[in-house]
Design a binder for this molecule. Structure first.
Ligand code: UGA
Ligand code: MN
Length: 323
């Protein structure tokens, strides 16, 4: 028979062994954990490319995309299409400049919903020029230029992107490389079906464009980009209020000789932007509902649908909305 004293002794020794084993396990656990942490610091594995990508985007030159726009039935469709394109382009700041006295609510909502970095401006043509043929979107583009002169980052690039054109995202990476003024072809322009700088031995020597009319820089609005730095070096650079000569007048005021323009899009052999034009469309109206009265529309969705559509054409609020 084992005495109770001996039994206690055995139990005591066993507890000591157990305690030692537990401590050992804890120590091993800590070692494994520390090793794992060191591994994460030195070899973050799958996380690393993501971080690299984010830094890359942050160090990319910003592109200031200037879009003049005005209230009409197709406006939301055009701006939605353009906002979806711009969402695919890193480091873009979208300046939407409305041809009216105050910014409009539907455009504001569209910009908010887009998740893009944006500035919404409004600038109408002066009363004295209303009804005169001076070219479209002059004063709202000028307001965007003034905003850029005040607020844009000096290493940025400016591009004038009309709301109804179509853009391949590759054109934005060409634009991002602009030193002073980049130029490239635009598809679907007038009767030649394309407008392009003419390149000989790597230099611009002229312009293939159906509308020459004495233009030294016979280009489409969508066919060039200018660096913020260069714009800042030309304090008088602006759009003239002269129909058909907006691009010519602006590029001229940038004072870069034709041969020093920078050809992009594989030396102007690719079309990555098109001058598409949205067909005019009817404006929804409550009158149409009256016409279709036999449908007893008051018990259907139609009334609310029209309320939403008509809301879209009203509402003036502040004049700017900075990011
Ligand atoms: C062509 C050129 O590509 C434009 O850059 C130029 O402004 C225009 O001609 C002109 O006539 O001056 P086009 O497709 O014929 O463009 O014209 P729109 O697309 O109707 O207008 C060009 C841009 O200006 C659009 O973004 C449009 O929304 C805007 N716009 C148009 C205004 O801001 N206000 C207006 O009254 C009309
Ligand atoms: Mn257009």
């Amino acid at each position: 028979m084992v005495s109770s004293k001996a039994l206690h002794m055995i139990l005591f020794v066993q507890s000591l062994i157990l305690l030692f084993a537990l401590r050992r396990m804890r120590y091993t656990g800590e070692l494994v954990l520390r090793h794992a942490q060191e591994m994460t610091v030195n070899h973050p594995g799958e996380k690393q490319p993501e971080i690299h990508l984010r830094n890359e985007v942050l160090t990319m030159r910003p592109i200031y995309v200037v879009t003049p726009t005005y209230t009409r039935p197709t406006q939301m469709a055009d701006l939605t299409r353009l906002s979806n394109t711009l969402r695919l382009v890193p480091n873009v700041h979208w300046i939407v400049s409305e041809d009216r006295v105050h910014i409009s609510k539907p455009v504001q909502q569209l910009l908010e919903h887009s998740g893009l970095s944006y500035t919404q401006l409004a600038a109408p043509r002066p009363a004295s020029l209303v009804g005169k043929v001076i070219g479209r979107g002059v004063f709202n583009r000028r307001a965007a230029i003034a905003w850029i002169r005040e607020n844009a980052s000096e290493d940025g690039v400016i591009y004038f992107a009309d709301d109804d054109n179509s853009y391949d995202t590759r054109i934005f990476e060409e634009i991002r490389q602009t030193v002073r003024v980049s130029v490239f072809p635009v598809g679907l322009v007038l009767r030649y079906g394309v407008s392009s700088p003419i390149i000989e031995n790597g230099k611009v020597v002229g312009f293939f464009d159906a509308f020459q009319a004495g233009r030294k820089y016979a280009m489409d609005m969508a066919g060039f980009a200018v660096s913020v730095n260069h714009l800042l070096s030309k304090p008088n650079a602006t759009f003239p209020a002269r129909v058909s000569y907006l691009e010519e007048g602006f590029v001229k005021s940038l004072e870069v000789p034709v041969t020093e323009l920078e050809p992009r899009a594989e030396m102007c052999t690719r079309v990555w932007v098109w001058h598409t034009r949205t067909e005019k469309a009817a404006k929804p109206s409550l009158e149409n509902l009256k016409e279709a009265d036999y449908l007893a529309y008051s018990n259907t969705n139609l009334e609310k649908l029209h309320k939403h559509l008509l809301e879209d054409s009203s509402a003036d609020k502040p004049t700017t909305n900075m990011p």
